[in-house]
Design a protein around this ligand. Structure first.
Ligand SMILES: Nc1ncnc2c1ncn2[C@@H]1O[C@H](COP(=O)(O)OP(=O)(O)OP(=O)(O)O)[C@@H](O)[C@H]1O
Ligand SMILES: [Mg+2]
Length: 461
């Protein structure tokens, strides 16, 4: 295959063109600047197989062009869509690729970058609702123009859509990957991205003839993300362990939590979502787009009509926020950007308090441990000082032995002694002997009853 700087390729009129600089090599082909045509680039396919499939598709694209002329930008015209201009062949006449208008990539950014607010801010990309609304409207306008020709992007996602930073016009590349309407023939798209794939296509994929439903879904997801600080419409707070954590599975299960009416039983909205500050007409559109019935999804043209109305400055649908000059909100609605900023500031404060508390907490924890250790030390010291305080078993043993000893002394020892004394010196003992013996026994038993439980129950301090 051709594809080196300096090589010659030939256009449809067999005029030679010289490949100049390789701009980039993608999965399907390599893109070169052309020496003779500074406003065009050449895309040359990597393999013969690709080229054979693409030749008829490219022919169909040339025959059915969307009405998307370059827009007047600041200084130069801004290419909206890199649609093929002429087929390219090698010296022997074999199809090898095509030319398309060159797009000044350095003047553009992809939509993915604008969706993440922090990233957008750091790259100087727009963050206000007004600019995002314009981007959403322009995207819908572009898709509506493509759909009028029955061409569909299919792998429609923020990463695949660029915009001019100066004007917010949309710029689309890689159009030979779209689903293209030929004469009585459809040339399907090759790729999909499941985070943007409609519920009914998650399992079987997008079949030829069903592509518009897919584009309508992906467009609605992107509009939702643009107008709701990058939040995906199937992101939210799952209720219960059975809710899938990944977006494609949630799309497949129709777990859209931002619909009007009663809350979704399995998913709650994300707390940072500003959907409640959207006007009813916009919410209706989202509810239709993400309903379980695919046929209710609004067309690109419907989106274009609604969003252009919001985006037009003189329509007065969006107004500047009274609190923050960088914010805009829907007229008659609270400022979602302020609400979000407050919420984020609140959680940042809470996080800060937590991190501030952490050393405190740790200090408290350390103090508590130290106190316990300090307590423990006296206890240990007491325990060791009173190491005479025996364990339960030894206390029981002591009680038993002690009582028996006492009992022997009082009950048996004493009478034995007295009998011995009586032998030596008989006296009054003989009469009272038995009574004393009985009393001693009773005392011993009583002491046993009191002493043993007391000893056993006594706790270590
Ligand atoms: N019209 C153009 N003007 C300027 N640069 C272009 C143009 N078309 C393509 N490029 C550059 O070439 C790269 C590859 O182009 P493209 O996406 O058409 O190729 P691909 O092989 O189909 O890629 P992928 O595998 O991503 O689909 C683009 O990402 C872009 O950087
Ligand atoms: Mg491609």
């Amino acid at each position: 295959m051709p594809g080196r700087s300096g090589e010659k390729v030939y256009d449809a009129q067999r005029r030679p063109l010289t490949l100049e600089r390789l701009l980039k090599s993608g999965g399907a082909g390599s893109v070169f600047t052309l020496k003779e045509r500074p406003r065009e680039v050449a895309k040359l396919y990597h393999s013969d197989k690709d080229a054979r499939v693409y030749e008829r598709k490219l022919q169909a694209m040339l025959e059915l062009q969307p009405d998307l002329p370059p827009m007047e930008g600041q200084g130069a015209d801004q290419v909206q869509i890199a649609w093929p201009m002429t087929l390219l062949r090698d010296r022997s006449g074999r199809f090898i690729g095509f030319t398309m208008p060159i797009l000044d990539l350095s003047a553009t950014s992809d939509l993915e970058h604008v969706l993440q607010e922090r990233q957008a801010r750091s790259e100087g990309l727009p963050t206000g609702l007004g600019a995002k609304m314009t981007l959403a409207a322009n995207l819908a306008v572009m898709l509506a123009a493509l759909h009028r020709r029955q061409h569909y992007v299919v792998d429609l996602k923020p990463l695949n859509v660029r915009f001019y930073r100066s004007t917010l016009f949309i710029a689309m590349l890689d159009c030979d990957g779209f689903s293209i309407q030929g004469k009585g023939e459809r040339f399907p798209a090759g790729q999909v991205t499941t985070d943007y794939l409609a519920s009914e296509f998650q399992q079987p994929g997008v079949k030829p003839g069903q592509e518009e439903a897919q584009d309508r879904f992906a467009l609605a997801v992107m509009v939702f993300q643009l107008l709701n600080s990058g939040l995906h419409p199937y992101a939210g707070r799952p209720q219960g362990a059975t809710v899938p954590s990944d977006l494609p599975a949630r799309i497949a299960a129709n777990l859209y939590p931002y619909a009007r009416g009663k809350p979704h039983p399995r998913m709650l909205p994300s707390p940072v979502s500003g959907h409640e500050m959207f006007p009813p007409a916009l919410r209706d559109m989202f509810d239709r787009a993400f309903s379980a019935q695919a046929r209710r999804r609004p067309s690109a043209q419907e989106w274009a009509t609604l969003l252009l109305d919001y985006a037009r400055r003189n329509a007065g649908q969006l107004v500047a926020c009274g609190k923050d000059a960088a914010h805009q909100h829907f007229v008659g609605m609270p400022c979602a950007a302020c609400a979000r900023a407050e919420l984020l500031a609140g959680s940042a404060r809470a996080a800060q308090t937590r991190t501030r508390q952490k050393p405190n907490k740790a200090r408290k924890q350390r103090a508590r441990t130290a106190a316990r250790v300090a307590q423990a030390q006296p206890v240990t010291a007491q325990a060791s000082a009173a190491s005479g305080v025996p364990g339960v078993m030894s206390r029981v043993t002591m009680a038993v032995i002690g009582t028996l000893l006492l009992g022997w002394v009082m009950g048996w020892g004493m009478p034995a002694y007295r009998r011995y004394s009586a032998l030596v010196d008989p006296g009054i003992w003989d009469g009272v002997g038995l009574a004393v013996q009985m009393a001693m026994l009773a005392i011993a038993i009583l002491l046993f009853i009191l002493f043993v439980p007391m000893l056993i129950m006594s706790k270590r301090p």
